[in-house]
Design a protein around this ligand. Structure first.
Ligand code: SF4
Length: 303
């Protein structure tokens, strides 16, 4: 897991501080569309109240809430955190890196919003000795699913960006969602296979959540999708972990949202339920990497 991995490499605890860079997203500002990805309500994972605060103020506020670490990663999380001119990005990232207690950056973005100039900017920080993670929202490697959830990019776009980033020495963390409409357990394992074949350094797993204000809310209100069951999530997330080699670091194995923003599944309100269910599955069936090299067909046949 990411926390122990950071502690081992930095010799002390390192905490990730989530920042809002006042970005938007091409899937919302009309460049690609206005509605966004069907599952998305940015307010469910980002603090919109901080949108217009400068980076130094956000860092001060976040650090005051953390008493178990003295070193931090600045995590540009909300919306598409590479979606601006390079000169603006440089100013923002450097405002974070100017602090002596910041050991690096995590930059969350879409695969189609990382032009070569942005990769070069990030690679420059890596060369200065900072830890730099490019967090790419992929969700699924299945192009049919990507169209259905209105992502506005395909798997080839992810692959190009991941390969280019890793060629420059940047660490890539892929975000995947378990439980997307029309996806089976087998589809999710196929996504993992495609991501591993491309090459990846970290993974973040999320259960599909229905949140207020998303397109998915209307589908759910009409009863056309059922909430993801905790046991189903644990099994699929557990198999993803078992099929992942030990050198790939899991940054997250479940996710939560608060009510009233969260509509379903109810278990996603509790921070621990998803993680504990996945951990139980792994204790019973074997830990990370225990199924590497096992026939993928076994997982595929199951769903
Ligand atoms: S998930 Fe990301 S890319 Fe999709 S609409 Fe939300 S902010 Fe935009």
């Amino acid at each position: 897991m990411f926390g122990p991995d950071l502690q081992r490499r930095h010799g002390q605890k390192v905490h990730k501080l989530a920042l809002h860079g006042d970005f938007t997203c091409p899937n919302r500002d009309g460049t690609l569309g206005h509605g966004g990805c069907t599952f998305c309500n940015v307010g469910s994972f980002a603090d919109e109240a901080t949108r217009h605060q400068d980076i130094a103020t956000q860092l001060d506020q976040q650090m005051r809430k953390v008493d178990r670490a003295r070193r931090y990663l600045a995590y540009f999380q909300a919306y598409t955190s590479t979606y601006a001119e390079v000169v603006q990005l440089r100013e923002m990232y450097q405002a974070a890196l100017a602090r002596a207690d910041i050991v690096g950056l995590c930059v969350g973005t879409r695969p189609d919003c990382v032009p070569p100039a942005v990769l070069d900017l990030l690679a420059g920080y890596r060369e200065q000795g900072y830890e730099v993670w490019l967090e790419l929202g992929l969700q699924s490697a299945n192009d049919h699913t990507l169209r259905k959830i209105n992502r506005g990019h395909d798997f080839a776009s992810y692959r190009r960006t991941a390969l280019a980033a890793r060629a420059l020495g940047l660490k890539v963390c892929a975000h995947l969602i378990v439980g997307l409409p029309s996806e089976t357990h087998g589809h999710v394992l196929e996504t993992l296979g495609a991501v591993l074949a491309t090459g990846v350094d970290g993974l973040k797993l999320h259960p599909l959540m229905v949140v207020q204000g998303s397109t998915l809310e209307r589908v759910w209100q009409r009863g056309r999708i059922a909430p993801l069951a905790l046991d189903d999530y644990a099994r699929t997330a557990g198999e993803l972990i078992r099929h992942t080699p030990p050198e790939v670091v899991f940054h997250r194995i479940s996710a939560t949202a608060r009510r009233p923003t969260l509509l379903a599944p109810a278990w996603c309100e509790n921070h621990w339920l998803g993680m504990q269910a996945v951990e139980r599955y792994l204790i019973e069936h074997g830990g990370q990497g225990s199924a590497v090299g096992a026939a993928w067909e076994a997982g595929l046949a199951a769903g």
